[in-house]
Design a protein around this ligand. Structure first.
Ligand code: ITT
Length: 199
């Protein structure tokens, strides 16, 4: 029988990706599934801190074992920006078009286009907090390309590919992405017979 675990995200794209990676073994519940419509404040200045805040919020307020994902795009030439502030790079709100436009503007004429996506997943299960990290290296393109994926995917070209994340199927992205790699570590940990996620 499938075990339930809550994914503490309001981002439907993240939920879709992780449900695909998790396959048949885990039933990944959304915040909507548990009746949570909170806008969880992300006040930390690290990915780890924000992932922990989101997971702790759900455990403390709703009682569910859960995991949360905080992701950032780190661009070398911008000193690691937008980084932990990736969701709000162009101002409050989650406007991916505005975020990408600002990033491309700030990268105009910049030769060093190296960047990486980093995901930190915080899991609360069986009373413990565990962290899992995934990273993918790549470059920022000079213009957007592709309609798949979400967020900064149209301007991120992974080193392992000839096309941006937004030109890939979700399976192809998951196979090499920051989230795919962090989630593989999470699932490996959850697969251990001693771990069980409980409400
Ligand atoms: P939750 O906090 O509810 O999980 P969020 O969208 O606010 O959702 P983050 O704070 O982790 O999540 O998002 C950071 C930003 O990075 C946000 O603008 C996303 O669109 C973007 N992002 C996250 N994962 C991405 C991915 O796999 N590809 C492209 N952009 C991504």
């Amino acid at each position: 029988m499938k075990q339930n675990i809550v994914f503490a995200t309001n981002n439907k794209h993240k939920l879709d990706e992780i449900r695909k990676i998790a396959g048949n073994k885990w039933n990944i519940l959304s915040l909507e599934d548990i009746g949570c419509h909170d806008d969880i404040p992300e006040t930390a200045d690290t990915l780890q801190g924000n992932a922990e805040i989101k997971a702790r919020w759900i455990k403390d307020k709703y009682g569910y074992d859960c995991f949360a994902d905080d992701t950032g795009l780190m661009v070398d030439a911008l000193g690691g920006a937008p980084g932990v502030y990736s969701a709000r790079y162009a101002g409050p709100g989650h406007d991916s078009q505005a975020n990408m436009a600002l990033l491309l503007k700030n990268m105009e004429g910049v030769a060093n286009r190296k960047a990486r996506f980093v995901t930190v997943i915080a899991l609360i299960a069986g009373g413990d907090m565990k962290l899992f990290e995934g990273c993918v290296e790549g470059v920022i393109t000079s213009e957007p390309s592709g309609n798949e994926g979400f967020g900064y995917d149209p301007i991120f070209l992974p080193d392992e590919s000839d096309v941006t994340f937004a030109c890939m199927t979700s399976d192809a992205k998951n196979a090499i992405s920051h989230r795919g790699r962090a989630t593989a570590k999470l699932l490996h940990y959850l697969d251990k017979p001693t771990v069980s996620a409980t409400e």
